[in-house]
Each structure stands twice: as C-alpha cells, then as structure tokens.
Design a protein around this ligand. Structure first.
Ligand SMILES: [Zn+2]
Length: 121
C-alpha cells in the first residue's frame, strides 16, 4: 500500500538559508534559519524547531528472554508549514510579506512589502 502524500499547491517563496520567525504553535516567536525546504509538502525544516523525539525501549524477544538492545533516541525533524512561518526581511529586520518581482535579468526576485528591498541579492 502506497501512501499518498499531500501535495502543497501554494507557492513556495521561502528558500534554504532564509531567516524566519515561527508564527504559531509552541515555538511561536522563535527565529531561525531554514535548513531545508520541502516544496511538495509545503514545509520548511528549521534548526531546533518541531523536532519529535522517538524513544526506543529495549524489548525482550525470543523464548530465552534475550534482550535486544535498541536503546536510544531518534530525533526526527517534522518541519513547519510555510503558512506558520514568516520571513524576516534582512533589511528592515521585521516579519515581511513577500511579493515577487521580475528582476532586470528576467529572473524572479522577492521583494519585502514593508521596505521594498529585494530580499535576494
Ligand atoms: Zn523589509
């Protein structure tokens, strides 16, 4: 059975290396840098945020009561939905909405709606 992944249909305006702020959830107000973007899921992975820890306990297996040691913790970054984070404009240092503009060389650049500075440079 294959699980169908939910596909994010919005636009991914955030990039790896962007500084973002978390808008909701238990990590609200925290700032960090995007380590990875997951455009298909509409998520970003940020250092130290929304990491789920899975514990593994030693289990007794087998008839002789042998204990298989599978101790340890697994840290799995779950990512954050892009709608729950906002970019921090490097120019005005505020949470910034972005608009897309076409740069002179024809590429798409991102512009801060507050101060009008181009975020990519
Ligand atoms: Zn700005």
């Amino acid at each position: 059975m294959k699980k169908k992944k939910p596909v994010y249909e919005g636009k991914m305006r955030l990039k790896k290396g962007d500084e973002i702020i978390v808008l909701s959830g238990k990590d609200r107000g925290k700032r960090g840098t995007i380590r990875q973007t997951l455009p298909e899921a509409g998520k970003v992975i940020m250092d130290g945020i929304n990491i789920v820890t899975r514990h593994r306990k030693p289990r007794a297996t087998g008839q002789r009561g042998m204990v298989k040691q599978q101790l340890g913790e697994m840290h799995i970054p779950m990512g954050l939905l892009v709608s729950k984070v906002m970019l921090i404009c490097p120019k005005c240092n505020k949470e910034a909405r972005l608009s897309s503009v076409r740069a002179e060389d024809g590429s798409i650049a991102r512009k801060c709606c507050k101060c009008g500075a181009l975020v990519d440079s």
